[in-house]
Design a protein around this ligand. Structure first.
Ligand code: EPU
Length: 341
């Protein structure tokens, strides 16, 4: 018997292609949309092990979903403590990019490099979103989350979130135990822009901008993303499908002897981070497709739905790519996207 929440909107047989950016056809038996904390508390209390959905920009449903899905639509954002480094709060259901634009409008710096990342504010700490030299953790202050078993609200500080590369406690031991309700960010009125990423410097140079501010950096990031990454409104995708793997230095040196062009960047714990896009391209998959599932021609790390692909089509392509990279480089790629099986 289904729990009944008169105040919570329920969609039976929800078409997940409308709620995820991959646009693969999949039906979810029960999708609940929560818009305020009271609804969220009710849902947390009554629904057993719900799957949590934000903007659906990092999810691949492989087949129909028979668990309850909870779509977090909590809204609101404000400066809660002003000063040289204001503390900003944003509700989990706010669109991330709109939050970046709002911060820019308030002349607040710190998240301009994270412009145009699809998804919601609540999903941002989950995987410590990052792009163009900046990760969320650099501005993250704390978050509030509701514990599913007790319905209690708990605060997590930055240390408690245990951020890593595309990682946090919410992908590890706290997985499926909390729903993030709102996030606090420490932003800055005295702007220190980060243009360390080569592509940003190139765009700024082309435009003749020598002293960029936060708006110029944001515009540069937006133009880089638009030139390399497919717009989910036009072609279904979830951004980078795989994480960039970290490998030991000795293994990197061995591979570089075989492939002198292999790029590598300093990673965690003295390891070397290798761009998965390069490995996939070298393994011959860039621009290739299996039926309607494709490896994007401008960025091999992005898998795309060329029209009518199922989650299984995309997953089968992902497995072929993982196997080709394993054979050629002895590296196991890990999906960055959450796979709903
Ligand atoms: N590369 C290739 N071929 C490709 C793609 C990339 O050779 O088809 C190589 C190039 O050497 C390039 C390097 O990979 O210089 C890095 O490429 P890029 O700058 O596009 O970044 P990425 O490592 O492929 C990561 C993030 C992106 C983020 C960019 C920019 C991950 C999994 N992905 O991609 O994040 O926008 O850096 O900072 O870390 C996302 O998470 O969805 C996402 C798009």
């Amino acid at each position: 018997m289904l729990p009944i929440f008169p105040p919570v909107e329920l969609i039976n047989h929800a078409p997940l292609q409308q709620f995820t950016t991959f646009g693969v056809v999949a039906v979810c038996d029960h999708l609940y949309r929560v818009e305020d904390m009271e609804e969220l508390k009710l849902a947390a209390r009554y629904l057993e092990r719900p799957l949590i959905l934000g903007g659906g920009s990092n999810i691949l449903p492989v087949g129909d979903v028979h668990r309850n899905v909870l779509r977090i639509e909590l809204k609101g954002k404000e400066i809660v403590e002003d000063g040289p480094d204001p503390l900003v709060w944003a509700a989990a259901g706010e669109n991330w990019h709109e939050t970046v634009l709002w911060a820019l409008g308030q002349d607040l710096g710190g998240i301009e490099n994270l412009s145009l990342i699809p998804g919601t504010v609540g999903a941002a700490p989950l995987q410590n979103i990052g792009a163009y030299g900046v990760e969320l953790e650099s501005v993250f202050h704390s978050l509030e989350a509701i514990e599913l078993t007790t319905g209690e609200i708990r605060t997590f500080t930055r240390d408690e979130c245990r951020f890593g590369y595309r990682d946090s406690i919410f992908k590890q031991e706290a997985r499926d135990r909390y729903i993030i309700c709102g996030v606090f960010l420490r932003l800055h009125r005295d702007h220190q822009v980060n243009t360390s990423y080569g592509a940003i410097r190139e765009v700024l140079e082309q435009k003749g901008i020598t002293h960029p501010g936060i708006h110029e950096v944001s515009d540069a990031v937006i133009s880089i993303r638009q030139s390399k990454l497919p717009d989910p409104a036009v072609i279904g995708n979830a951004g980078s499908f795989f994480k960039n793997p970290m490998i030991p230095v000795a293994k990197f040196e061995h591979l570089q002897a075989l492939h002198p062009q292999l790029p590598g960047y300093p990673g965690n714990d003295g390891q070397v981070k290798v761009p998965a896009g390069w490995l996939i391209e070298k393994a011959g998959w860039k621009g290739k497709s299996i039926g309607p599932a494709g490896c994007y021609e401008k960025q091999a790390l992005v898998l795309v739905n060329r029209g009518g692909a199922t989650g299984l089509d995309i997953w089968n392509l992902a497995e072929e790519i993982m196997s080709a990279v394993r054979q050629m480089f002895d590296i196991n790629l890990q999906p960055e996207v959450n796979i709903w099986k």
